[in-house]
Design a protein around this ligand. Structure first.
Ligand SMILES: Cc1cc2nc3c(=O)[nH]c(=O)nc-3n(C[C@H](O)[C@H](O)[C@H](O)COP(=O)(O)OP(=O)(O)OC[C@H]3O[C@@H](n4cnc5c(N)ncnc54)[C@H](O)[C@@H]3O)c2cc1C
Length: 364
């Protein structure tokens, strides 16, 4: 099997890049699991927050929102729906985290926006009204369809375990990668590492230096409550990252916002994490959580400087990084895919984002 660009990893990163390349290059996406998005991409909170993260992430988020709004025009249902983001905490912690599209709100405004918060529980708050809920399943389906409609191939149940480089006539970088994925042997000029929590491990298969990409656990649960939130209620998050919650139909999605290092794996909730969270949320709100309906854990993978790692490896020919999206994988997906696709198509991309995310940057 041959293609121009082999993308390894069938989460939102790999699929949105495949979609951005559709019609411009022959693309194959390979995924180790039997289904797409099995790992982190099916375990997110599905919220896109333009005021969240460092400046370059915020810019990519704004770009991603604009791109998704443009593509959803042709879809039967919108992918994005309005849902504000309310950050609460001490004066200091809210000030430290509030930037970009977030503005301060008074205690009176907080009571109107989130009447379930017990008065006096938090001293300060900030609101991002540009934040939206994202139908992540619909977004991934859109990208999958676009890859297939343009002649690309998607192979699930095809783990990549080994690869060899066949040097070109010049004996140097113009060669081909021959990648063993499941029972297939795939020849490609370029290989993209979109392997999420496994990105450093996969890089080692191609002889690339690891970038210190560390997976961190984050758990979420859907719970029953005595007093459901209004449908249009904001997502509420503690600025010190001890909890967040948001409406999920008549139920509520909650998370302890933990960041606990883990090996790459099919992460599962730890007994006790959710119990402590339920007690905390019940102490600062009037929601009255009565039961946990389901819970899950995913891995958010970050480089040491907290920025995604996107671009060509500085040593290994034809090896391209698309990793380290941390807690921003959906909100930056289309913006990062656009950047990566331009680089892979040989365009001279000299933007601030390209420099900030470069795998050869000094902070890695
Ligand atoms: C609880 C939680 C809440 C979150 N909330 C949000 C949110 O609200 N908004 C937001 O933007 N982001 C959020 N995130 C982060 C977001 O989910 C991730 O950044 C994103 O899903 C990462 O996508 P990915 O494609 O890089 O990784 P993944 O979805 O993990 O995909 C990588 C894929 O690569 C495959 N793979 C690995 N090794 C190989 C191999 N050797 N061969 C073939 N395939 C391989 C894996 O099987 C996997 O399917 C959240 C994450 C968690 C855990």
């Amino acid at each position: 099997m041959e293609c121009d660009i082999l993308i390894i990893g069938g989460g939102i990163a790999g699929l949105s890049l495949g979609s951005a390349l559709a019609g411009r290059a022959a693309v194959v996406v390979v995924e180790a699991e039997a289904s797409l998005g099995f790992h982190t991409s099916s375990r997110s909170a599905r919220q896109l927050i333009p005021s969240y993260g460092p400046a370059v992430v915020q810019d990519l988020t704004v770009r991603t929102l604009a791109m998704i709004r443009a593509l959803e025009v042709d879809l039967p249902e919108p992918i994005l729906t309005p849902r504000s983001f309310l950050l609460v905490g001490s004066e200091e912690s809210v000030r430290d985290r509030a930037s970009g599209h977030m503005h301060p709100v008074t205690a009176g405004e907080v009571q109107g926006l989130a009447p379930e918060l017990k008065p006096g529980a938090f001293a300060a708050a900030g609101l991002d009204t540009t934040s939206v809920a994202c139908n992540t399943d619909a977004l991934m389906k859109y990208h999958r369809r676009r890859v297939l409609d343009h002649g690309g191939q998607i192979l699930t149940g095809h783990p990549v375990r080994s690869a060899a480089f066949e040097a070109g006539d010049d004996g140097g970088s113009s060669g081909l990668w021959i990648t063993a994925a499941g029972e297939r042997s795939i020849r490609s000029r370029l290989v993209v590492d979109a392997a999420g929590a496994w990105a450093d491990q996969l890089a080692a298969v191609y002889g690339a230096r690891p970038r210190g990409l560390q997976p961190y656990r984050r758990t979420a649960a859907v719970v029953d409550v005595q007093h459901p939130l209004e449908e249009g209620a904001p997502m509420v998050a503690d600025a010190d990252e001890s909890f967040y919650y948001r409406p999920e139909g008549n139920q509520v999605l909650i998370s302890p916002s933990e960041s606990v290092p883990s090996d790459p794996m099919d992460a599962q909730p730890h007994a006790g994490d959710i119990d402590a969270l339920v007690r905390l949320i019940n102490s600062v709100t009037t929601l009255g959580i009565t039961a946990v309906s389901r819970s899950w854990t995913g891995l958010r993978t970050e480089a040491g400087d907290g920025l995604p790692v996107v671009g060509y490896d500085d040593v290994v020919p034809g090896f391209f990084w698309l990793a380290g999206q941390g807690g921003y994988g959906f909100q930056t997906s289309s913006g990062i895919a656009e950047l990566a696709a331009s680089q892979l198509m040989g365009e001279n991309v000299n933007t601030a984002a390209a420099k900030a995310l470069n795998p050869a940057r000094k902070t890695l």
